[in-house]
Design a protein around this ligand. Sequence first.
Ligand code: C5P
Length: 245
Amino acid sequence: MSNVPIITIDGPSGTGKGTICSYLADWLQWHLLDSGTLYRVLALAAEKKGIDSDDEIAIVALAENLNVEFKVAGIGSLVNIELDRKAVTDEVRTEICASAASVIASIAKVREVLLLKQRTFHKAPGLIADGRDMGTVVFPNAALKVYLTASPEERAKRRYEQLKKKGFNANLRDLSAAIVARDERDSTRSVSPLKPADGAIVIDTSSLGIDAVLENISELVRTTFPELTKQVANHLCRVSSLKLT
Ligand code: C5P
């Protein structure tokens, strides 16, 4: 497996990770791991079963038996997510679910269980891994590690627009406060805190469009994997003024 390439893309919410990762996975025809969704689905499963977020034993047991499936549905919509064979794609996208995910994500044993699940996504021909600790903990040997960042204001605005576009109710001020609290929790937890991995290339996307970020990352892909140069270049020339969410 060590020769199956991995690109990790980490960073806080609203930096464009999801969009970038879905494009890269599509361009390279590699597998995609959206690790945040695993934490979100676990939080949703706990809520559905009436399990409290501080009942660590019950949450770990739930994580061990989590029946989650990702069904590829194309770029943009990414994937349809199923929990116990029922669609939960919209339910897991709310900020309430994200905040609940962030609370259970600080339980060390939960991370241990999900670590193994995440590593099963590492399959030929390659993997794009999207998350908070992909480069630091889950795939420390990845050939290319990227860390995306952006100002809190810009991130909140992007999330707001993304939620509105999907038909969710959202209030920019509340959303902004929830995102700041979530990032603070993710960055200060003792296990796998959110931070750039050693050797990660940090890109600030605050004032960049998706085309510029894709161009930046494509250059990194070309330098790291020269054999993919043509494939990346073919796709890159078709990207124009897309919105980063
Ligand atoms: O990326 P997303 O916003 O879906 O992640 C939801 C939450 O899941 C994050 O705020 C974080 O607490 C947790 N998470 C994590 N480690 C990851 C991915 C997500 O702790 N690799």
